[in-house]
Design a binder for this molecule. Sequence first.
Ligand SMILES: Cc1cc2nc3c(=O)[nH]c(=O)nc-3n(C[C@H](O)[C@H](O)[C@H](O)COP(=O)(O)OP(=O)(O)OC[C@H]3O[C@@H](n4cnc5c(N)ncnc54)[C@H](O)[C@@H]3O)c2cc1C
Length: 404
Amino acid sequence: MDFRLSNEQELFRQTVREFAEKKIAPRAREIDRNAAGIPAEIIRGMAELGLFGLTIPEQYGGSAIAGEEIVTAMLAVHEIARAELSMSLPVYYLLNLGWSYLVSRAGTEELKKEILPRVAKGEWFLGIATTESSGGSDLARIKTNGAKRDGKYFLNGEKYFVSGVEEGTQRGGGHCTLFRTGNFDDGHRALTFAYVPIQARGVSSARLHMMGRMGLSTGVIHYDGVEIPEYYRLGEENKGFYTAMQGFNAARVLVCAACTGGAERALEITRDYSTRRELFGQPLVKFEGISFEIAEDYAKLEMLKHTLLKTAWMIDQISRDANAIPRQEINTHVAICKMIAPHLGLEIAKHAMMHHGALGYSDETPLEMLFRGLMSYVVGAEGGTNVMKIIIAREFIGDVAIPY
Ligand SMILES: Cc1cc2nc3c(=O)[nH]c(=O)nc-3n(C[C@H](O)[C@H](O)[C@H](O)COP(=O)(O)OP(=O)(O)OC[C@H]3O[C@@H](n4cnc5c(N)ncnc54)[C@H](O)[C@@H]3O)c2cc1C
């Protein structure tokens, strides 16, 4: 047993940190204020470092190390999030990594050749579109219909609160989308998952105005008779719910890595500030009301990082051997991380803002951006907190704990 990262992983982490501190951190405030989105040169720089290809195999233009994809991706997302506290770029980035991981595993050869090399180059955006107005937590009630005719699916419906609608429309790419291919009464057992290009004929979108992550669009997508070929399908027909869940496991780990990266940076900012700030004749950090809170937050974050690393490692084990770790165990670990990380991150951001007094409520520090950005994951992006609790309760208590 060895809890350390390898020398290569440490070196990789250091390389990403240097790039992110130099090229991204100075522009974080601009990204948050810029409705036009993330500067193209930042995406290009990340692509030149190979950062968009971490979960994509070499034959499709990526640099995935078999059996280490998620740990490596997690290290990169953590570092990008330390530098860009609004969470716009980290989320843009992690969506690409998480959903290309899924396409690499569940996509057809034709689909992989068509989209993955462009995602690996940072040219195209790849995201996820499952949420509908009937409730993002209750995917069994998805209404978007995907009738099949002559080997094609024809989509009609609407998705809500989808990230990257403008980025996809401008740059190209699309979303892994869940739609109904069977009876409504069959719930989640009649859903199919497929890639849908956002520039396809019949797709239109509109931006919604959110409280944070201002550099990344969130919006509505309408499908009006959108035709997609069968080879865009991910996994088996009518088993899309289960295929999507594999993608969610990877994406949720990366979401948590974004939370830990942001929270780690917030802790450093508040440690440095309260060491400099003098009140009542001594540095603020000399008061235990402050130093103990920082110590507690640090300890909780360290514990979360360990569980997260173990969870990423577990997902990577099934890349090597599909039966290495029971799926149920992975689902539970992912849910534990996703239940805790956004809330802990938000708590740390809030404490750091409070240590700064009025300054913490201003845009003189990046802390309020982090607070707004993390709130997206607290309210439910990539899965609501109570949904994570249902997964955990089902594992430990059994179905008896579930009210339906
Ligand atoms: C900024 C942002 C970006 C997003 N990006 C995307 C995206 O790219 N693609 C996409 O598909 N979706 C996206 N979403 C939507 C996200 O996936 C949903 O918000 C999430 O699935 C929850 O769905 P909902 O918002 O409809 O809330 P609901 O499903 O209505 O849930 C409301 C609340 O009830 C709780 N709850 C649900 N079920 C239970 C239960 N059985 N018992 C107790 N409590 C329960 C939930 O935890 C939540 O707190 C995004 C959301 C945000 C905020």
